[in-house]
Design a protein around this ligand. Structure first.
Ligand code: ADP
Ligand code: 2JD
Length: 290
């Protein structure tokens, strides 16, 4: 199962005692690169690009599906991007695991000791239940707040309300294939170190307060990038180095820092591609994935 990477341009944090109502509002784009999840027979290990790791959201999904003691498969991930770089990779892993495990273990007929009544309304579709499980895992692990919902929705996604019930808009982009998304990763930034820090939360929420309304008024990729650049610069989340490179890329549809990562993303048309690539260090050329 392929789940697309998701880059958040700007976001606002909403915490709630119910993990399903915790989440973020904001906007981002999904890419044609991401994570492919596969189950192979095994004792329940998790492998990320062939490295055995203990990945919190994946373990939580196993638990929420009530498979902790009956799992007879390893979860293997093949990812285009590393974890911890603002590409929503942890969300890909959570959602991919939910889909693959539920179809292999016939989710609907599973008896388990997990009280899942708070997880979902039994009348909703199976898919919706899986998205809730992946979202809850991300939120509990502090590895994400809105990626799973955006990765389910796909495209240029505006998240108008946090968590569930889902309140998103997937914006139709004219000539979407004419746009390239360049991703240049400089290093890691662990999401949990930011979304749990009161001073970062204040900076993030104060800066992003009006951005959602401004984007809804003018839902273009160019405006999205301008608002993301404003957010990255004014929250202080982006380093001076990243801001300078984004300034050098002003001839494109825009460049900003991928949230929450130490990475630049730039949207450009084919005619700007060579010049933009020459400014970046190790750009990965992607497309928006709908
Ligand atoms: N080698 C590793 N082993 C185990 N966990 C890892 C490893 N590398 C990263 N992680 C975990 O992966 C998660 C990455 O989450 P996050 O920072 O949200 O990344 P992303 O931006 O890719 O979604 C964190 O919980 C981090 O501790
Ligand atoms: C920005 C972030 C809070 C984290 O994104 P990532 O670092 O890619 O897990 C995302 O989940 C969102 O809510 O928009």
């Amino acid at each position: 199962m392929f789940i697309p990477s998701h880059i958040t341009g700007f976001f606002k944090i909403t915490r709630h005692e119910n993990l399903l109502k915790t989440g973020s509002t904001g906007a981002g784009i999904t890419l044609n690169r991401g994570v492919s999840t596969k189950l192979v027979e095994g004792p329940g290990n998790v492998y990320f690009n062939d490295e055995k790791i203990d990945l919190c959201p994946s373990k939580d999904v196993i638990h929420y599906l009530g498979l902790k003691n009956e799992l007879k498969h390893d979860i293997t991930y093949i990812s285009d991007f590393p974890l911890g770089c603002g590409m929503g990779t942890s969300g890909c892993c959570a959602l991919g695991a939910a889909y693959e495990l539920s179809s292999t273990y016939n989710f609907k007929n599973m008896q388990n000791d997990i009280d899942r009544s708070n997880l979902y309304n039994k009348n909703e579709s199976n898919i919706s239940e899986l998205i809730k499980i992946a979202h809850k895992a991300e939120v509990r692990c502090n590895t994400g707040l809105g990626d799973v919902i955006a990765q389910h929705t796909k495209g240029f996604v505006i998240r108008k309300s946090p968590g569930f019930p889902i309140g998103v808009e997937s914006v139709d982009i004219k000539n979407m294939d004419e746009y390239n998304v360049l991703v240049d990763i400089f290093g890691k930034k662990e999401t949990d170190t930011v979304i749990n820090d009161p001073s970062w939360i204040e900076k993030i929420n104060n800066t992003s307060d009006e951005l959602l309304g401004k984007l809804l008024k003018k839902p273009t990729l160019e405006n999205f990038m301008e608002l993301s650049y404003y957010f990255a610069k004014n929250t202080g989340l982006a380093s001076e180095e990243i801001i300078e490179i984004c300034d050098d890329l002003r001839f494109t549809a825009g460049a900003s820092q991928a949230m929450l990562g130490n990475a630049i993303f730039c949207i450009c048309k084919d005619e700007e591609l060579n010049d933009a690539v020459s400014i970046l260090s190790n750009p990965v050329v992607c497309k928006i994935y709908k």
